[in-house]
Design a protein around this ligand. Structure first.
Ligand SMILES: NC(=O)c1ccc[n+]([C@@H]2O[C@H](COP(=O)([O-])OP(=O)(O)OC[C@H]3O[C@@H](n4cnc5c(N)ncnc54)[C@H](OP(=O)(O)O)[C@@H]3O)[C@@H](O)[C@H]2O)c1
Length: 122
């Protein structure tokens, strides 16, 4: 049974919608909103609490393009999670081919490498 779920990129779009729909399941106790921007995360959490009437949402600050951010985020989890929704990503806008501090393009980091590392760290 899935009780605790982590969704990356949960402050907008499909990630936020997924958080809303998961909250409707009575067995889901905690939904971790994995977001890189705390202000956007707080706004999404408030909106989700208002829409769903549930207080199951927790914020985890994570930038999926940044290995140190991924490792730090995993350290903040005090319990194991049952499911990971690897949602953060996109086409990278104008900076899709920028090389990040880990030496790979941001589009590769967010859509593949970051989530691979996150899975391994979890
Ligand atoms: N919508 C579609 O039709 C469609 C089709 C195929 C695939 N997808 C994939 O589905 C996923 C969600 O799509 P969407 O349409 O919901 O996109 P969206 O509305 O642009 O939302 C993307 C989310 O990912 C977050 N994000 C981006 N880079 C991040 C990073 N480095 N670390 C942490 N969070 C990051 C964004 O946070 P910020 O607000 O901070 O930018 C935002 O919360 C994406 O991976 C996309 O490629 C979508």
């Amino acid at each position: 049974m899935i009780k605790r779920v982590l969704i990356t990129g949960a402050n907008a779009g499909l990630g936020k919608e997924t958080a809303k729909q998961l909250a409707a399941h009575p067995e889901v106790e905690e939904i971790y909103l994995g977001c890189r921007n705390i202000d956007k995360a707080l706004a999404a959490k408030s909106e989700l609490e208002r829409i769903t009437g549930k207080s199951v949402f927790r914020i985890i600050q994570i930038d999926v393009c940044d290995h140190s951010s991924i490792r730090a985020a995993v350290q903040t989890l005090d319990r194991s999670i049952d499911a990971l929704i690897m949602n953060a990503g996109g086409t990278g806008g104008k900076s899709f081919d920028r090389i990040n501090s880990d030496g790979v393009t941001e589009i590769f980091a967010v859509n593949l490498l970051g989530h691979s590392l996150l899975t391994q760290e979890l």
